[in-house]
Design a protein around this ligand. Structure first.
Ligand code: GDP
Length: 453
């Protein structure tokens, strides 16, 4: 395999720049452009050692710095690796990269170092995706989840599910193929139990991923309600400063104002909306259309009602639109006398919060309800958390197959059919970890990586 090279530090000026080489010739190529002050060749040094010296090309010294070497298989990629550190200038790093390319290295593709680590068995696909999550993590919880994935927690969990399923399938196959032999009959009760346990394990992984996303990436949230119920006031209270225009004239919040707010650990990607009424004027109508689209695209709806006034047709329309959505009802203006009957709201929503956007600490008021609704209460980021949608899809596919297997088993369909479903589930899980992933899947995973990683 060729020896690859790339600038592994950001494409910007900084304290240190690093050119990474990986492949059989990595250390030899480094030796051709590096002269250590000790006079010793890098090729004569053991792995995990560093040397100070200067980098040169035909016309002289390029820079000075420290070269670190790693010897296969004890390196990130599992190959020989040289990391040439120099000063972190854009030009100097590029000049040094050009030098190692001239000496026989080839430019690394995006993610190629990690891809080689995967191909050399240093990590599986889910861990490789963990690497990307670590790089892109923007908060404590996201980082912790990513570090866990990188450390192999997802791989381990998926491996356990796979082992249990493969064991069950093997028992089934032996029993079905050799009915006359002395193969122990498969206890359908035990098999059912195995299926149920692993269904539960996959459901938990998916549930935690969905909840975790509300923390690590934020949940697209639609803030809805007819004009004047207090959406802007609530939004401002959540975001801590005046972003929306609050007025007492109905219909003045015309644009969709996007805002990210944090409620406890949960990140809400909020779109303040222009009210849900069928508006007459053109600008307002655009706002209403966007509001409806936002509601359709939202992962969470916060539906606001004015507790000081009786419900109107518009309120009922909103209640209807929220059916089947993950939605919390906020009964606002609780500092004012209560209107007679708000029971239709309480009956329609799984979760209702009564507050005053004007006088209450709205974050404290909303937090328990949101944590419950989004499943983040008690979410433990030291547990295994799937890294991305690809992993989630694999789990979903496996889960569907296992549900089919369970249905087949309990309805007395032939053992073969149950086995086919279990095989499908195992296949999906092996795709997740990359143990049996098609080339396109692997390509897709590394496509999103940066060069030099
Ligand atoms: P929007 O049209 O839904 O965005 O409503 P606004 O946030 O603009 O609020 C409309 C009016 O209701 C304003 O005069 C607010 O000051 C008032 N308002 C909002 N929330 C409360 C509340 O909790 N209590 C009281 N008393 N007034 C509120």
């Amino acid at each position: 395999m060729s020896t690859i090279a790339a600038i592994s530090t950001p494409n910007a000026a900084g304290g240190i720049g690093m050119i990474r080489l990986s492949g059989e010739q990595a250390i030899e190529i480094a030796d051709l452009c590096f002269q250590g002050v000790s006079g010793r060749k890098l090729a004569s040094q053991p792995g995990y050692t560093a040397a100070y010296g200067s980098y040169t090309d035909d016309s002289g010294v390029i820079d000075d710095g420290v070269a670190i070497i790693y010897r296969a298989p004890k390196s990130y990629t599992g190959e020989n690796v040289a990391e040439l550190c120099c000063h972190g200038g854009l030009f100097v790093t590029q000049k040094l990269l050009r030098r190692v390319l001239a000496l026989g290295a080839v430019p690394a593709e995006p993610g190629e170092f990690t891809r080689r680590a995967f191909l050399n068995g240093k990590m599986d696909l889910s861990q490789a995706e963990g690497v990307m999550k670590v790089i892109s993590a923007q908060g404590e919880a996201a980082l912790q989840a990513a570090e866990n994935t990188l450390a192999g927690s997802v791989s381990k969990k998926i491996g356990q599910v796979c082992d249990a399923l493969i064991g069950a399938a093997a028992g089934l196959a032996a029993w079905a193929d050799y009915p006359d032999e002395d193969v122990p009959a498969v206890e359908s009760g035990a098999l059912e139990e195995t299926l149920r346990q692993n269904i539960a394990a996959l459901e938990t992984l998916i549930k935690n991923y969905d909840a975790g996303k509300c923390v690590t990436e934020g949940v697209p949230t639609a803030l809805c309600g007819k004009p004047n119920v207090g959406k802007s006031t609530l939004m401002n209270a959540l975001s801590g400063y005046e972003k929306s225009i609050v007025t007492a004239i109905p219909g003045t919040t015309r644009d969709v104002v996007e805002e990210t707010v944090r409620v406890g650990d949960i990140v809400l990607r909020l779109a303040d909306t222009a009210g849900l009424r069928e508006a007459g004027d053109e600008v307002e109508r655009i706002g209403v259309r966007i509001a409806k689209e936002k509601l359709a695209a939202a992962g969470l709806v916060i539906a606001v009602f004015d507790g000081s006034r009786p419900l109107t047709e518009e309120d009922h329309a909103l209640i209807g639109l929220c059916a089947g959505k993950r939605a919390v009802a906020v009964i606002n203006k609780c500092d004012l006398p209560r209107a007679e009957d708000l029971s239709p709201v309480k009956a329609a929503f799984a979760c209702t919060v009564e507050l005053s956007a004007k006088t209450d600490d709205v974050i404290s008021a909303l937090r328990p309800a949101l944590e419950q609704l989004l499943g983040t209460a008690g979410l433990d980021f030291t547990q295994e958390i799937l890294a991305n949608e690809r992993q989630r899809r694999c789990c979903e596919t496996a889960l569907e197959s296992l549900r089919d297997a369970l249905a087949a088993l309990t309805s007395g369909v032939t053992v073969d059919a149950v086995n086919v479903d279990i095989d499908c589930a195992v296949e999906a899980l092996l795709t997740l970890t990359g143990k049996r992933a098609a080339e396109e899947v692997v390509n897709e995973v590394f496509r999103s990586f940066c060069v030099g990683k």
